[in-house]
Design a protein around this ligand. Sequence first.
Ligand SMILES: [Zn+2]
Ligand SMILES: [Zn+2]
Length: 434
Amino acid sequence: MSAFRRFLHWGPITALSIIKCITLTTLYMNSMWWPPNQSFGGFAHQAFFLLLSTLATFNYVMATLTGPGLLPKNWQPKVPEDTQFLQYCKECEGYKAPRSHHCRKCGRCVKKMDHHCPWINHCVGWANHAYFTYFLLFSILGSLQGTVVLCCAFYRGIYRFYYLTHGLEHLASVHFNITSIIMCILGMGLAIGVVIGLSMLLFIQLKTIVKNQTGIEIWIVEKALYRRYINIAKDDFVYPYDLGWRLNLRQVFNDDCQKQGDGIEWPVLEGCDQYTLTREQLAQKQEKRARTRTFKCIAPVSGRWLPIFSQGWRVCTAAPCTDEPRIRLLPEDVIKVTRFRKHWLFGERVLSDLELADNKQKRRKGHIRGWFPRRCAVELTEMTATGTGQDSDAAGEAAPPSTRINGRDVKNGKTLNGHGKQQRRERESGKKYM
Ligand SMILES: [Zn+2]
Ligand SMILES: [Zn+2]
């Protein structure tokens, strides 16, 4: 995507409009509340605000233009044997370097991916982490100053008549008309919203930088610890990139605000190597495959975020709090489910032969991987010759499947055997980590 087209998206258009709206309203109100042309204090105050606003805009534009640093397509490690420690990305037709992840929205693997930010219409990662964090910081400071100016100007403006009638003419400097009062109220709301919203985001970013652990890596580490907690993995796990807060900070913020290294090789703790984390990721992936269960859709799913009319309030109130997609399903669709909640399931729709044959042309619109309401699907449990309940990646190929509704196997009235129950217990105990 060209640099210009990056900005032609609701995220950057909204973000830049908000920045400009707060800046212009604050400048206009400040010119009446503390005129910069009448005192040095007023001038310095206005200049400081303009500096913050410029720095916020500059870092915003740089974060968008620089981008997170994309891993080249068909990327391979220097040593061919190292591919055994890495995941393969089908979309980019290459291996994923350590700390790289594929972003569905950018359609590419991103170096040290933290998250995809719709406001910059790009990912936040290795190359633009500093710009993005500075953008948050200067926006918060600028909006904080804007909030003070707008609130004070508003107060003076609405008491203008009182000041004029009580001999306090020097305070009656702010006068409103219908447009300026609406602008002032709107500006105040936006500035307060920016301070609250971005402060939370800045706090999360600083935590990420100080621990040198991106949003995605926090998730991987949590799963790694859980695997050891329930004794699936016996070895010790050390997160390799946390070099102490000083060195961690220096990796992102340095003298010239430039990215360090190549975003592929990272300094690691002693006793770890470049593939410590990727080996853990591979083990988790393998386990996830073993955990996958096959479901069949029995009622249409709209793919809406809050399907209140089709699914009712109980399903809506239990909707997963994530920005992961929701999928649209039709009866008879088969879904490979990897995450389980009481009312929602996360999985990937298996593409039909027709969709696969026509090379994407007949493929149904919308995501193929995402959340959907649990009540719209039933589990297909493949029964082997010995009648063992089996977790399978290939359900539907062999014996006729039994159907499980609300966690109970209903084929011939039989329930799962001991092995299946044990697995279910493990799944339930680990539910919150999935
Ligand atoms: Zn990729
Ligand atoms: Zn992205």
